[in-house]
Design a protein around this ligand. Structure first.
Ligand code: GLN
Length: 492
């Protein structure tokens, strides 16, 4: 009997089509695993009945010989995507009881492609964070946490921490993520899985709870590069409901994973070599360079001179947009209402009790940088710097096809760490934020373990709309790394 949970998405897809097992069997295996590992808190909402009904329908289509690209594959849906009739929380108290009357475009496309919904995965509240600790529904445990130790659990990274933990812990075959400043890539690196954030505009944002609209992008997370490619292909494409969605054909991402990297030029940006950089991260980066060279790529030194302004720029623009987007949670339209003696007091109580501390901090920063007296000094300045950062990449991509960097400055940290120091927390995003500001596609691939035995990831950044080269490079890294270690939480 095949170990169904050991299969990659591509293997499971092929196995389903070859009738080696059914979608119901595969789905049941995941539902059982979810029940065994509720302690990781990877899901906010499980949807077992829906999953089995969808799996049965998938089996019918498989039997009829017309399966969709994701037919019968059980996935987790980040709880930031609106799912019709299924509780959607954004991991916030303020959305208490919200059951969307409509489906997000990305989730709709995945269901139409045949995917099976196992449930809604945990995240940082409104996708603000790098640890998944700010969730109103509680922190997520990284399955790489060694069982039985006295230390606090490791975080899975964030904000798509529930998706990352669910994939690493074999509680779904793949999952959606969203990435505003690193929320697909950093948790992928912390959890030893792959994650791709496509070019801004590749996937529709319609029906995704908005955080920072000029940065938010949906993407795919899974154990293998090829799995992400298949899933992204099903998610992507033009949507008239999102004015920033691009009317471009969706390439064959799976085929792109087979492309050779021979002759590709890969940029190594000197500004990403930080003072006092974590030695294991630096070593992983060097190893990645050597692997890609051995595969026939040529390394080229590049400079992205405005890199050091990326983090402060992001932490002005993202909160500014968030403060505007989150104005809609007023206790009137949906979710929580904490009544006061008049309208203003109702607003204050609802927002005061409905939003967690990190979300409130961002709203305060955002309204401050947008206020009449500070708009020019902060928000407008940040917009100008954002352009310079995008121009840096544009210049570099005249010379190179891809840029290789570490994904995160460290491996997973423990719950409780960095919690009293927001700036230390924000530093997690140092390598992921610049490409977000520039709207570029970027992918994280697990490349090995550090001395403590925790996974590290490398990031490849590509030209706008060139996910194909990003996937080809990532597949080459994956092949060289041969990363295939079972998380400690799954042993024994
Ligand atoms: N960690 C970053 C933040 O807190 C990125 C979050 C994200 O990409 N959604 O804003």
């Amino acid at each position: 009997m095949t170990d169904l949970l050991a299969l990659s998405l591509v293997e499971a897809r092929d196995g389903l089509r070859a009738k080696q097992f059914s979608a119901v069997e595969l789905t049941q295996a995941y539902l059982d695993a979810m029940a065994r590992h509720r302690n990781w808190n990877a899901y906010i909402t499980e949807t077992p009945d829906k999953a089995l009904a969808m799996a049965e329908a998938a089996d019918v289509r498989l039997a009829a010989g017309n399966p969709g690209p994701m037919e019968g594959l059980p996935i987790g849906m980040k709880d930031l995507f609106c799912t019709e009739g299924v509780r959607t929380t954004a991991a916030s108290h303020i959305l208490e009881g919200f059951h969307p009357p409509y489906e997000s475009t990305v989730s709709k496309r995945l269901w139409e492609a045949g995917a099976v919904c196992l449930g809604k995965t945990n995240l940082d509240e409104f996708a603000m964070g790098s640890s998944n600790i700010t969730s109103y529904h509680g922190a997520v445990t990284n399955p790489w946490t060694k069982p039985g130790g006295n230390e606090k659990p490791l975080v899975p990274g964030g904000s798509s921490g529930g998706s990352a933990a669910a994939i690493a812990g074999r509680l779904c075959i793949a999952a959606t993520g969203t990435d505003t400043g690193g929320s697909i890539r950093q948790p992928a690196a912390f959890s030893g899985i792959c994650g791709i954030k496509p070019t801004y505009g590749r996937c529709s944002r319609f029906g995704i709870v908005a955080f920072a609209s000029s940065l938010d992008q949906a993407g795919a997370m899974a154990r293998k590069v090829g799995d992400c490619a298949v899933m992204l292909g099903a998610m992507a494409g033009f949507d008239p409901h999102d004015s920033t969605s691009a009317d471009r054909p969706v390439p064959d991402f799976e085929a792109a994973c087979q492309r050779s990297v021979k002759g590709l030029k890969i940029g190594i940006p000197k500004e990403y070599r930080l003072d006092g950089m974590n030695a294991a991260v630096e070593a992983a980066w060097q190893q990645g360079i050597a692997w890609l060279e051995a595969a026939g790529a040529e390394m080229v030194d590049v400079s992205l001179p405005h890199t050091r302004y990326a983090l402060p720029t992001y932490y002005i623009i993202a909160p500014a947009e968030a403060s505007s987007n989150l104005a809609r949670y007023d206790g009137m339209r949906y979710g929580l209402r904490v009544p006061g003696k008049n309208l203003v007091e109702t607003y204050e109580r609802t927002r005061g009790q409905g939003f967690g501390a990190e979300v409130q901090r961002r709203i305060l920063i955002g309204t401050y940088v947008l206020s009449a007296g500070y708009y020019d000094a902060y928000y407008l300045k940040a917009q100008k710097v954002r352009r310079l950062i995008a121009d840096d990449f544009h210049q570099a991509f005249q010379k190179v096809d891809l840029i290789l960097t570490p994904t995160a400055p460290s491996a997973a940290f423990r719950e409780g760490e960095k919690m009293d120091d927001p700036v230390a927390m924000y530093l997690n995003d140092v390598f992921t934020v610049p490409s977000s500001l520039a709207g570029l596609p970027a992918m994280s691939v697990p490349t090995g373990l550090d001395r403590q035995g925790l996974p590290l990831g490398l990031q490849l950044i590509g030209r706008p709309w060139d996910e194909e080269t990003v996937l080809a490079g990532s597949a080459a890294l994956e092949k060289a790394a041969g990363f295939d270690v079972t998380p400690y939480g799954l042993e024994g």
